[in-house]
Design a binder for this molecule. Structure first.
Ligand code: SF4
Ligand code: SF4
Length: 153
């Protein structure tokens, strides 16, 4: 079974879900979707638990579980691109690059911070944390980002 088939079957198996939209960009993707949706079979309990286990493993590899909703950025007085910083930081931590002296994300960090606030410029006002639907400790996470990327600047 393809990875998208697991995602679509998971969503379609939820109670009260009547319609599931799937973005497709090739004939192969459409044929794949049709292969399991024409004669739809909801996830059984074993498959459902497998999805949750896979999600646990994936989530355990994410240093900062930011969903990139950007609710936090509009009100930031320092104009800090919070989700972009978290995204590159997660990439580096996934590869266990805490100690590596350089990755492409050191350059990306500079590009992201250009004309915006740096992670180290957070003044700790807490506006972002008050609106984050994931209840992330953004101020502390930005300190980690600054420590990782701004040590050489
Ligand atoms: S705590 Fe820092 S990142 Fe959050 S809104 Fe204030 S200045 Fe911006
Ligand atoms: S509000 Fe929270 S989850 Fe959304 S982008 Fe900001 S840090 Fe990420």
């Amino acid at each position: 079974m393809s990875v998208p088939s697991w995602a679509i079957r998971f969503a379609t198996s939820l109670p009260n879900v009547m319609v599931v939209l799937s973005g497709m960009s090739s004939m192969e993707q459409m044929q794949d979707n049709l292969s399991f949706m024409e004669d739809f079979r909801p996830l059984n309990e074993e498959e459902r638990l497998l999805c949750f286990r896979a999600a646990e493993i994936i989530n355990s590899k994410i240093a900062i579980p930011c969903t990139a909703c950007s609710y936090c950025t509009d009100g930031c007085p320092m104009n800090i691109p919070i989700p972009q910083f978290f995204s590159i930081y997660n990439e580096d931590m996934r590869e266990h690059l805490e100690e590596k002296r350089w990755t492409i994300n050191f350059t990306n960090n500079g590009i992201i911070a250009k004309n915006r606030g740096k992670a180290s410029e957070c003044i700790g006002c807490g506006q972002c944390e008050s609106v984050c639907p994931q209840h992330l400790t953004i101020i502390d996470h930005l300190k980690d980002v600054a420590k990782h990327y701004e040590r050489h600047s």
